[in-house]
Design a protein around this ligand. Structure first.
Ligand code: ATP
Ligand code: MG
Length: 563
């Protein structure tokens, strides 16, 4: 294998072989969500993989809603899913499809199988079918209705369609092999009676196709060449192949399975998320603590960061789990050069500079991003009354504490050297005001006599600062104790959300808009919350802190943009 081939994932290798051998001329992939919930980070992997393959081979990418099971599906989810996929940057152009649009063709396909003697109507109940099916070690028994004649089957199937039978009274089964070692091949049910209103077809149909029958037909109708799905469908592939073979499609689509993306200690299951939403533990499907795509977007993740993450994860044949820290690494990499570094004081305490001219304000020029000159600079107001973060002051500092304490000189970032002389406390012992003097000669943050200070702290001018709400997040579950309790319920982390109502951010953030994101120096990356921000009330979500425990695995190319 040449070098180029080594770096290709196994799906790309299959595709290139198929093109090379003339099995297909171009590539057509699809993303087939069931509209029964919101998409999450795992779906993003599938979307970007399918879309990426289509792009790489100059093929096509379809979006198809797999809406063949009307019990759990809703239009609300259709719209949310479209928005998420669009946001990720996957473009289905004019190829938006619904499996339900093919119900007529699926019905005809079933009739074709009946005519070929490859399908029959059974009167067995669901329970009887299960019993007859056997187990991994016990072969299945033949259905007593298996030898029904073609004409009788055709008539019965038509009656099923026409509403003659109640739910569960009759099913259509594929006639394959009850002795197969693969249970999926033991005459699987391919159509069932269900008198349910469908969100798109209404009451037109009272029979619905089963997934394993419907999916290959959907793929074939759309000319999908490579039907990429997750590993749990591996055992269903012989049935997929059987369906496309018996229906004699000219270019049969090929199913390829890859491993699902799991995040370690992160809740992704729809069932759990629905429960968190319904019990009001989180603020909807887009609560920033979740990993639905809507939640990641609201928290401040970018499509680029998710793309980088998915690429780093790679495409594998074996299930594995990825650390959330890798996702954090990707968003830091994406934002660190692109976003201005602003000053925000999350838990403010007032500092008064006793020797600063009363009533004076000066504007300091501050670079927006020291690593990226292209972002330019801004003017930041400085005055005699400031806020600093409460944790940047200590009355009695421990060793190696270099920030502000009585008698210690520190640098106010980009501004002046200041020395604390006194402070006041309230009855509870909480510091209320810190008094300092400043050295006017140290403007810009350097002293002309070469004096050094060890601590540099950030600040905002009290008169100019804008009050903001800041939300800090941790994992919704307590990782240390384990994600699930013994009874299967989630082990919730009581500290997953911290709300700071009185944070003070610099004046330049006054007009920040929903989804704008910034680095707050020393604190992390923050994004303006889309749901709760109003012109009078700014809300910032912390996307990620600045510190990382994540290391790129050896041998991985650096994922960051080359700047
Ligand atoms: P469920 O079966 O519980 O409804 P689902 O996650 O399988 O949920 P679908 O809407 O059927 O939901 O999934 C759409 C596509 O996304 C499928 O092709 C599926 O294989 C893929 N997919 C789902 N979860 C993951 C994951 N964790 N990693 C990668 N791909 C995934
Ligand atoms: Mg599914």
């Amino acid at each position: 294998m040449d070098n180029e081939n080594v770096s290709k994932n196994f799906i790309e290798q299959i595709i290139e072989k198929d093109i090379g051998e003339g099995r297909c001329r171009t590539v057509c992939t699809r993303f087939p969500p069931e509209p029964n919930g919101y998409l999450h980070i795992g779906h993003a992997k599938s979307i970007l993989l399918n879309y990426g393959l289509a792009q790489k081979y100059h093929g096509k990418f379809n979006l198809r809603f797999d809406d063949t099971n009307p019990t759990k599906e809703r239009s609300e989810f259709v719209e949310a899913i479209e928005e998420d996929i669009r946001w990720l940057g996957a473009d289905w152009e004019d190829r938006l499809f619904f499996a339900s649009d093919y119900f007529g063709q699926m019905y005809e396909a079933a009739v074709k199988l009946i005519r070929k003697g490859k399908a029959y109507v059974s009167d067995l109940t669901a329970e009887e079918i299960r019993e007859y099916r056997g187990t991994l070690t016990v072969p299945g028994r033949e259905d007593p209705f298996r030898e029904r004649g073609v004409e009788e089957n055709l008539a019965l199937f038509e009656d099923m369609k026409n509403g003659v039978y109640g739910d569960g009274e009759k099913v259509l089964r594929a006639r394959i092999d009850m002795a197969s070692s693969n249970i999926n091949m033991r005459d699987p049910v391919i159509y069932r009676v269900a008198h349910i209103n469908h969100h798109r077809t209404g009451d037109t149909w009272c029979i619905y196709p089963m997934y394993d029958f419907a999916h290959p037909i959907e793929d074939a109708i759309e000319g999908i060449t490579h039907s990429v799905c997750t590993l749990e469908f591996e055992d269903h592939r012989p049935l997929y192949d059987w369906v496309v073979r018996e229906l004699e499609y000219e270019v049969p689509p090929k199913q390829i399975e890859f491993a699902k993306l799991y995040l370690t200690n992160v809740v992704t299951g729809k069932r759990y998320i629905r429960q968190l939403v319904e019990e009001g533990i989180v603020d909807g499907w887009d609560d920033p603590r979740l990993v639905s795509i809507a939640a990641l977007r609201r928290r401040g993740f970018t499509p680029d960061s998710i793309r980088m993450f998915v690429e780093l994860c790679g495409v594998a044949k074996a299930n594995s789990s990825v650390d959330y820290a890798m996702l954090e690494y990707c968003i830091r990499e994406d934002l660190k050069m692109k976003k201005p570094r602003m000053m925000a004081v999350l838990d403010p305490v007032k500092v008064i500079i006793d020797n600063y001219p009363e009533g004076q304000t000066e504007y300091l020029t501050v670079a927006n991003n020291l690593e990226n000159d292209a972002l330019g600079s801004r003017a930041v107001p400085f005055s005699g009354e400031l806020y600093i973060d409460r944790e940047d002051f200590m009355e009695e500092p421990p060793k190696k504490y270099f920030r502000m304490y009585p008698g210690n000189e520190v640098r106010l970032m980009n501004a002046y050297f200041v020395t604390c002389h006194s402070f006041t406390k309230d009855e509870s012992g909480r510091v209320t005001e810190i008094h300092c003097t400043y050295d006017p000669a140290s403007r810009g943050g350097n002293s002309p006599d070469g004096r050094k200070v060890k601590g540099t702290i950030h600040w905002v001018s009290a008169a100019h600062a804008v009050r903001a709400e800041v939300r800090l997040y941790e994992n919704i579950v307590d990782e240390e104790k384990g994600v699930y309790n013994e009874d299967g319920s989630l082990n919730l982390n009581p500290d997953s959300l911290t709300v700071l109502k009185n944070s003070m951010v610099e004046e330049n953030l006054k007009n920040a808009q929903a989804y704008d994101s910034f680095q707050f120096v020393r604190q992390g990356f923050f994004c303006v919350d889309v749901k709760d921000t109003t012109p009078e009330h700014l809300v910032f979500n912390r996307i990620v802190s600045l510190k990382s425990s994540f290391k790129l695995p050896a041998g991985q190319p650096s994922a960051g943009p080359a700047v």
